[in-house]
Design a protein around this ligand. Structure first.
Ligand code: MRU
Length: 346
């Protein structure tokens, strides 16, 4: 169910089929992809048809349903070994967002004890994962908005909205909630090179919701802060380590450094499924490096000097000491550290 200030769904399971809104084509074109094969689901995750840590996890959960269905059909008495291989392919699609591994693990654990046709029970679990994500986002929206004073402006990075989650969004959920409460004057959004999630996706979602959004190039963020134009930077995360270090879209770390320098507060909003207590610190988080062409080209057109090389890390790690507050559906942690994270996740 969508509600006011939440009109978009990136992932849907309709009439037994997985539907993804192709985010590579937005905002020019709203095209739905229908997927009926779990390897195609893994490809869609890798190729950014669907992106954003929680949305990737939800998609993988539905991908697992598809895998279980076709493996059971082919080998009703021995479907789990092929299913396990399919889950591994889904798991490998993108390495940084732990929500993917979290969802795949939940589907595997459920499947291990099932007898007979596994599909009905696995569909139910995938729906539960999806619904719980939306509920968590609404809870985080309220918890995060409570930190924001009336008359504030905020800066966000990448896309953390309905497109990146089951619906409503993490950081964008807090922004939606603060806007609904009348606390915000405007939202600034980094364009977020190279995939332009800010320019293409965040701006698209906010315009649809009638929330004023002003785009800036990523390099302008520090100057925006210097001019006192924002009071909070609010971002999502792909994986939070046990000590509160935060992996998120490349450019988040620069924004956090600039925020601390300028006395701007820095908030990270992510569900419990993004917290990885098995990873002690940010240095241990696997960071995805994507193809150089994503930097050397824009929309498939070469923009760099012929012969130039490119380095394209998709994420960076912001140390916990630069984070003022982490908001999850389990509660909030100010000035995060291992003890506080452990207490919250217990
Ligand atoms: O490469 P992407 O677009 O999947 O990266 C997404 C982000 O970095 C988001 O900020 C993060 O997944 C949190 S989304 C709620």
């Amino acid at each position: 169910m969508t509600c006011s200030h939440d009109q978009v769904r990136a992932v849907a399971w309709i009439d037994g089929r997985l539907q993804l809104l192709d985010q590579r084509r937005l905002p020019q074109c709203e095209e739905i992809m229908v997927l009926e094969d779990s390897n195609a689901v893994a490809d869609a995750i890798r190729d950014m048809v669907v992106r954003g840590a929680p949305a990737i996890g939800i998609t993988a959960a539905y991908g697992a349903v598809i895998a279980a269905g076709s493996r059971f059909k082919a080998h009703p008495d021995n479907w789990r070994s092929g299913f396990k291989q399919d889950l591994e392919v889904l798991n490998q699609a993108r390495p940084t967002a732990v929500n993917l591994a979290w969802a795949v693990q939940r589907m595997w654990e459920a499947a291990e004890t099932l007898e007979g046709d596994p599909v009905p029970a696995l569909i139910e679990l995938a729906h539960t994962i999806h619904e719980q994500d939306i509920q968590a986002n609404h809870t985080m929206g309220k918890l995060g908005a409570a930190f924001i004073d009336n008359g504030s402006a905020v800066l966000t990075h990448c896309n953390t909205g309905s497109l990146a989650t089951g619906g409503y969004g993490t950081a964008l959920g807090v922004i939606r909630s603060a806007w609904s409460a009348g606390k915000l004057t405007t939202v600034f959004a980094d364009e977020t090179r190279p995939w332009l999630q800010g320019a293409r996706l965040t701006a698209w979602e906010l315009v649809k919701d009638d929330i004023p959004v002003t785009l800036l190039v990523d390099g302008a963020a520090a100057y925006l802060m210097k001019q006192g134009k924002v009071q909070w930077v609010i971002v999502g995360s792909d994986r939070i380590a046990a000590n509160g270090d935060v992996a998120n879209k490349i450019g988040t770390y620069s924004a956090a450094v600039a925020a601390r320098h300028h006395g701007v507060k820095f908030m990270v909003v992510a569900p419990g499924s993004t917290v990885d207590m098995n990873i002690p610190a940010g240095a241990d988080i696997p960071i995805e490096t994507r193809p150089p062409a994503e930097v050397l080209e824009v929309a498939g057109i070469a923009v760099a000097a012929d012969g130039a090389q490119a380095w394209n890390p998709a994420f960076d790690v912001t140390p916990a000491e630069l984070v003022d507050v982490i908001v999850t559906e389990r509660g909030v942690v100010e000035q995060p550290d291992l003890a506080k994270m452990t207490a919250m996740m217990a």
